[in-house]
Design a protein around this ligand. Structure first.
Ligand code: SAM
Ligand code: SF4
Ligand code: SF4
Length: 345
């Protein structure tokens, strides 16, 4: 444990990784049913009374900042389904010590909310979009909302949210032929683009390694049309490896969680919508911070709980998965994990 700024305690886990970033899920509900994330129509939804209030989230966020966190991303489920999200954005944006506040969304409700969110202090967003073809979009999300997603993206751009990053999960035989159309779309409109290797998150997405397109394969397809040069990671803990188009610069990257895991640089924790602290995307364990909040724990007690959880952290699931895959021993369903909709990617 090191005190590096006034009142800010930098804590390290068992592998020497500092707690630097939080992903805060504000709801487990979503209006889409992406096959790789939330394929079923019904889940055991979190009881509304168990969902953290904005005041509770803001209090915890302040305590995370005092534990060394500098970056917060709001996520879900679909965060824009949470009523009055701009009120939370405004509270978080006002927290001292927060260097970066962002939001990950499917953008279907962005058109009407972008201006309010910006006024509240949001500066940048990530939008998940895996195809720009309406029929494919319908097949992937089980919903017919491509037009509203595109309107959301264009509204955000017009208002000046920047950068706008598009995240696309690539599945072999499902949307690998969408890679170049997405590249063209992003280049044409000035969006950053991140392809994501299909991961075995949660327990219901039927992950098989054959369906995962590797970073190398994705880059080969793009490079053949638009030659790329590597630009590296924006910082050592960033999940994406970035590239520039040789012909005109621009920003494109790949998050290779499966074939080139980056656990050793993982400085990120997650807070579920019902107030559980989760230390790895693939974990099945959590620390119940809501119980502390609602039983009157003081700041000191909550800070100590966050610290001891992080200091005991040894998670390196993606590296272990790669080792097991190489040894031919990986069984995707062998381990129970928290669903992606609870922890927000
Ligand atoms: N609903 C919002 C959205 O889609 O942007 C936020 C939550 S969503 C769970 C966050 C991110 O997780 C999305 O970019 C999504 O593509 C990604 N994701 C979900 N399941 C995934 C999987 N199996 N493999 C890779 N990424 C996944
Ligand atoms: Fe919803 Fe996002 Fe999951 Fe798709 S990826 S089902 S939009 S939470
Ligand atoms: Fe971090 Fe866990 Fe992902 Fe590794 S598998 S990068 S430890 S969240």
């Amino acid at each position: 444990m090191e005190v590096d700024r006034v009142g800010i305690v930098g804590i390290k886990d068992t592998l020497g990784r500092e707690l630097r970033e939080m992903r805060i899920s504000v709801t487990d509900r979503c209006n889409f049913r992406c096959s790789y994330c939330m394929p079923l129509e019904q889940y055991e939804w979190i009881d509304r009374r168990e969902i953290l209030t904005f005041e509770e989230i803001t209090r915890l966020a302040g305590l995370f900042l005092r534990s060394g966190v500098e970056e917060i991303r709001i996520t879900g489920g679909e965060p824009l389904l949470r009523h009055g999200l701009d009120t939370l954005v405004s509270a978080l944006a006002g927290l001292e010590g927060l260097r970066d506040l962002s939001l990950t969304t499917n953008a279907s409700h962005l058109k009407n909310q972008a201006a309010r969110l910006m006024r509240a202090g949001l500066r940048r967003i990530n939008v998940s979009l895996d195809t720009i073809h309406p029929a494919r979009f319908r097949a992937l999300t089980k919903r017919d909302n491509l037009a509203s997603v595109l309107e959301g993206l264009m509204t955000a751009r017009l208002l000046g949210l920047a950068p706008i990053k598009i995240n696309s999960v690539v599945q072999r035989g499902v949307n690998d032929d969408d890679i170049l159309p997405l590249v063209d779309f992003a280049r044409r409109n000035g969006f950053w683009l991140r392809f994501i290797e299909f991961m075995d998150v949660g327990n219901s997405n039927q992950w098989v390694s054959e369906r995962m397109m590797s970073k190398r394969e994705i880059l080969e397809i793009i490079h053949a049309r638009y030659p790329l040069e590597e630009a590296g990671r924006s910082d050592p803990s960033a999940p994406a490896v970035n590239y520039r188009y040789v012909d005109r610069g621009g920003d494109i990257g790949v998050i290779a969680s499966v074939t080139e895991p980056f656990c050793i640089g993982c400085t990120r924790a997650r807070l579920t919508a019902d107030g559980r602290l989760v230390l790895c995307l693939f974990s099945d364990r959590s620390v119940d911070l809501k119980r502390l909040l609602r039983t009157g724990a003081d700041d000191r007690e909550i800070l100590a709980t966050i610290r001891s959880a992080w200091e005991a952290r040894a998670d390196r699931y993606s590296e272990e998965r790669l080792e097991a895959m190489k040894a031919g021993e990986y069984e995707p369903g062998s381990r129970r994990k928290i669903e992606m909709i609870s922890i927000g990617g």
